[in-house]
Design a protein. Structure first.
Length: 323
């Protein structure tokens, strides 16, 4: 029978295992011995009178009762964290903010947020893709990220809150020697039959590749096949240069050495950038990032799309429906 006196430590143990689905990793995350973690989970199961996990030698999975407990455990622990922040007399824990890449719109938002809340520690991370970052947010290993939320699975989206930040105009990153590099802008119609790289095969950036596929289908552009997953700017530049294809990007992306960035036009294709955080998360840093996003959006007109711009209907709907 559930009790109002359930120890939050037991809920933390449950939540760690539920998000990791692995007792060893969950124990490492909580800095406790695996035996102690297992003991806390069993105690919680006894208190609730329910089996929360199915354990085999190969995997751990939530039972229906475990799935039912999960949102309640998160809300209780969020409330404890909020209470500690309000009366603990100390500072809030660092907020982990995924920027995807350096030098982007998200980096500008983080810089402004640090100005708005200098007392908060806002730590930058670079997870390269919202598909991956969203799973890290739900697992508690990240707090905030940016990207195309319409490309996330419905089950993932249900656990997240979103806020529109910017309609980012898209561009091509080209080697300086490329025939199109001398152009100031590149009409989409001139790319018909061209092969362009947009992250195909990279499971971390599925939302970006999906957006590119929708755009390319409308203008008969070929999606480049997968290349080896590159970590770091230098490796990404080497791998994409070896493949020899232009790279789809946004106009605010910092060009790599030896490359140029050329905006796409006629029409201007847009990438909808949204701020994403775990639903129910309370932290002064989240408030600062949200305020910074709203300020910069207003100051720069980031949410005013160019006339006739291209954007999939599903993305446009999500930019207005923030539930």
């Amino acid at each position: 029978m559930p009790t109002p006196d359930t120890d939050p430590r037991l809920l933390r143990a449950f939540l760690a295992v539920a998000e990791e689905l692995h007792f060893t990793r969950a124990a490492a995350r909580l800095f406790v011995a695996q035996q102690a973690l297992s003991r806390d989970v069993r105690r919680l199961e006894r208190e609730l009178g329910a089996e929360l996990f199915v354990r085999t030698t190969r995997q751990v999975a939530l039972t229906p009762d475990g799935e039912r407990l999960l949102p309640y455990a998160r809300r209780v622990l969020d409330a404890h964290a909020e209470l500690a922040g309000a009366f603990g007399g100390g500072t809030a824990r660092p907020l982990l903010v995924d920027l995807n890449s350096e030098g982007t719109t998200a980096a500008r938002v983080l810089e402004r947020a640090r100005e708005l809340a200098p007392e908060c520690e806002l730590m930058a991370r670079f997870e390269s893709g919202l598909t991956w970052a969203a799973s890290e947010i739900l697992a508690g290993r990240l707090d905030v990220s940016f990207g195309r939320a319409a490309g996330l699975a419905p089950g993932v989206r249900a656990g997240l809150s979103v806020q529109p930040v910017r309609y980012e105009p898209m561009a091509l990153m080209l080697p300086a020697s490329h025939p199109l590099a001398g152009r100031e802008v590149i009409p989409l119609s001139e790319l018909s039959g061209t092969t362009v790289y947009a992250g195909a095969g990279n499971e971390r950036t599925r939302e970006w590749t999906e957006l590119a596929a929708l755009l390319f289908a409308a203008w008969d552009i070929e999606l480049a096949p997968p290349v080896p997953l590159a970590v770091g700017v230098a490796e990404f530049q080497r791998v994409t240069a070896k493949a020899g294809h232009p790279v789809l990007a946004v106009t605010g992306f910092p060009p790599l050495p030896g490359s140029v960035l050329r905006p796409l036009v006629e029409p201007v294709p847009l990438s909808p950038l949204m701020l994403v955080w775990r639903r129910g998360l309370r932290h002064p840093g989240v408030d600062a990032v949200r305020s910074a996003s709203a300020q910069l959006s207003r100051e720069n007109g980031w949410l005013v799309p160019p006339p006739g711009a291209w954007l999939p209907e599903g993305d446009l709907s999500l930019m207005y429906d923030r539930s």
